[in-house]
Design a protein around this ligand. Structure first.
Ligand SMILES: [Zn+2]
Length: 200
């Protein structure tokens, strides 16, 4: 494929990432009146990127920006959990720090792990809900549904979910780097304090 005329430096960089042009079967899709149109390429890429179910959970989030960011990484399964680090050839112990029983993965950490499961269970109780903690993808589905609602209780629920994921991740890091985790009770009261502050 010849490089089209009139490409700016930044577009030349994009050109070198041929994948998008291969997907589009060439450059013609992005050319109008003999000129390369970035808007056309954006629309093409936007169309290629699938609509994600968790969009509202992140975009409607009233949780803290730091926790929303961790949630955004978690829903895409790109948090640096030990199973992923091992896949990147890092020579580390893959055991989950907080429970010391199973391998650390996203699904284990949220919330199959006995430590994090107790946190989420207690948070749910504080929200007036008594139910079994479900596997990660089921919990995300529930939180996404709640994030679409304008009811205060649902709004509170999604903040609590995001803050819980964040706090569990912080505790996981604390165990890795400082060999320490806080008691469940302390974490739950911190989460509920943040939830109440964010619901004011
Ligand atoms: Zn664990």
């Amino acid at each position: 494929m010849p490089i089209p005329n009139g490409l700016t430096w930044s577009l030349r960089k994009i050109w070198h990432n041929r994948e998008v042009f291969l997907q589009a079967n060439g450059v013609d899709k992005f050319v109008q009146a003999g000129k390369f149109r970035i808007q056309k390429m954006y629309k093409f890429l936007h169309q290629v990127g699938a609509q994600v179910g968790w969009k509202r959970l992140i975009c409607n989030s009233h949780a803290s920006p730091k926790s929303t960011f961790i949630m955004w990484l978690a829903v895409q399964n790109i948090l640096a959990t030990k199973d992923r680090l091992i896949r990147w050839q890092l020579s580390i112990d893959g055991t989950c720090g907080p429970c010391q029983l199973e391998s650390e993965s996203l699904e284990h950490l949220f919330f199959s792990c006995s430590y994090s499961q107790e946190i989420w269970k207690q948070v749910l109780l504080s929200l007036g809900m008594t139910r079994t903690v479900l596997p990660w993808h089921e919990e995300v589905k529930i939180a996404v549904k709640k994030s679409r609602s304008k009811q205060k209780q649902a709004y509170k629920y999604s903040i609590a979910f995001i803050e819980s994921v964040y706090c569990v991740w912080l505790q996981r890091n604390s165990k890795v780097f400082r060999d320490h985790v806080d008691p469940v009770k302390t974490i739950v009261s911190n989460i509920m304090f943040n939830v109440e502050c964010r619901c004011q």
